[in-house]
Design a protein around this ligand. Structure first.
Ligand code: TYD
Ligand code: MG
Length: 453
């Protein structure tokens, strides 16, 4: 925050990332967001009377081996997909941000979690809904626990006070954009308010060792401060994603001080709240069209879990000189690379065609092992032939057109076999160990794969 002395000063703050500028700018130079700057008045900093007081527990440096890691014990949330994303459960005193677009299900998953953690005293603070509204939602999703307390409040100091009085085992604040500090002039949801309220809750979580979940909305219009403003402060950031048109929801961790950020949790929004999908491959393969060109199945690792996904491609002739390349759920640069390899190493021509790639079910393929599936889907689309049924394509493609080895190939094959796939085309360098119920077809290059299918 800009240092000021004397009188109040006006600055412009990016609602996406919190970057400050003395003048209004159309595009944020730090994060590239458009139209995200809004005016904020920065009050001169007053001396904080609490700072000069001696801290309650003065800390002294400790030897590494003296530190007791026992208090890192995790509490399970009762929702195993959520536990997985958190890295095994909730760590004491951690501040966890749950963000996503409005209406995606953030309040629902947190309420469901609270209702499952029956042994804990929980305080659920909502600045958006009245206790009655929350109760109506609770009626839909489960049975009431004895120790769940609701509080409708937007003043963060009252929240802190109530939490200190009640001393719950878990605190939920829904949402940070509705919270405000009375001593600040800016509106709730503005960058300074969100930042200050988060650090207040952070202090509370650390001092009292109360694990805290904080909801944050992602707003495309940039009128309210986005989660990026808080990401650096909190211990974990979970993103709840999904398309409005479908019921699938994916919970992804993009930062986790206490676990891996690779894991995803998969849910389905039903009439009775969110349902866990322990075997997501089945979901992503549902309604797979038959006898259509341009469709391939592949297997990616999401953390420790193999997930089978379907990729759909469409290649259409275009009269325009610069053809379109559109990728949903797949990296755009990677798509261009694969197209270049197919052109140079397999003699296929995409220069006069638009290419569309879509990964079904809102999944994002971040792993190079998905290359082969995407490549064969595009070959199938451009040549208009249907790929063989029940065949899985696994492999990373190099610039020479060679198939490069992938990690965890046995896990991927077993996942495919368990879903009824009878053939797995894999990089020849992989040499998987063990007996598999699916036929293993090793291949050296993308050209080799095209000869073998
Ligand atoms: P909500 O958790 O309120 O979203 P957020 O807190 O992220 O804004 O979820 C709202 C949506 O979920 C709403 O469109 C209704 C739907 N929903 C169901 O389909 N089934 C349910 O059991 C519940 C509680 C909500
Ligand atoms: Mg909500």
């Amino acid at each position: 925050m800009a240092k000021t002395t004397g009188k109040a000063k006006t600055v412009y703050v990016c609602s996406e990332c919190g970057n400050e500028s003395p003048k209004w700018v159309g595009q944020c130079p730090a994060c590239g967001a458009w139209n995200s700057f809004s005016e904020e008045v920065v009050q001169p900093e007053k001396p904080n009377p609490t700072v000069s007081l001696p801290p309650l527990h003065r800390q002294t440096p400790k030897r590494l081996h003296e530190i007791d890691a026992e208090n890192e014990a995790r509490t399970t949330t009762g929702i195993s997909e959520l536990d997985r994303v958190l890295g095994g459960g909730i760590v004491k005193g951690s501040l966890i941000l749950v963000s996503g677009e409005p209406g995606i299900g953030k309040s629902t998953i947190l309420l469901q979690m609270c209702m499952k953690m029956k042994d804990m005293r929980i305080l659920y603070v909502s600045g958006e809904e009245s206790p009655r509204q929350i109760k109506l939602r609770a009626d839909r999703v489960g049975t009431y626990p004895e120790n769940l307390f609701l509080l409708s409040e937007t003043d963060v100091s009252t929240v802190v006070e109530q939490t200190e009085t009640m001393a719950p085992d878990l605190l939920v604040v829904d949402s940070i954009q509705t919270m405000f500090r009375r001593d600040m002039t800016s509106a709730p949801g503005s960058v300074p308010q969100v930042r200050e309220c988060t650090s207040e809750l952070m202090r509370l979580a650390k001092e009292k060792e109360i694990p805290t979940f904080v909801v944050s909305h992602v707003n495309k219009e940039g009128a309210i401060a986005g989660p990026k403003v808080m990401e650096h402060m909190v211990d974990a950031v979970l993103y709840f994603e999904g398309e409005r048109s479908s019921d699938h929801r994916i919970l992804r961790s993009i930062k986790n001080r206490f676990g891996s950020t690779n894991e995803i949790g998969v849910f389905e929004m039903t009439e009775q709240g969110l349902r866990e999908i322990p075997n997501p491959s089945e979901l992503f393969l549902l309604d797979k069209p038959e006898n259509v060109s341009g469709i391939a199945t592949l297997c990616v690792m999401e953390g420790t879990r193999p997930i089978v996904a379907e990729v759909q491609t469409l290649v259409t002739k275009t009269p325009f000189p610069s053809p379109r390349r559109t990728a949903v759920g797949f990296d755009y640069q990677r798509l261009n690379l694969i197209l270049a390899v197919l052109e140079r190493r397999c003699g296929l021509f995409f220069g006069a065609s638009d290419v569309y790639v879509n990964v079904v079910g809102g999944l994002r393929l971040d792993e190079p092992a998905a290359d082969l599936g995407v490549a064969v889907a595009m070959v199938s689309a451009v040549k208009d032939f249907v790929l063989p049924e029940k065949t899985m394509f696994i492999g990373e493609i190099g610039l020479a057109g060679e198939l490069r080895a992938v990690s965890n190939v046995e896990k991927r094959i077993n996942e495919a076999a368990s879903l009824g796939f009878t053939r797995c085309i894999i990089p020849a360098r992989n040499r998987p160990k063990g007996n598999f119920s699916a036929e293993i077809v090793p291949a050296y290059s993308i050209k080799d794969v095209l000869n073998k299918i």
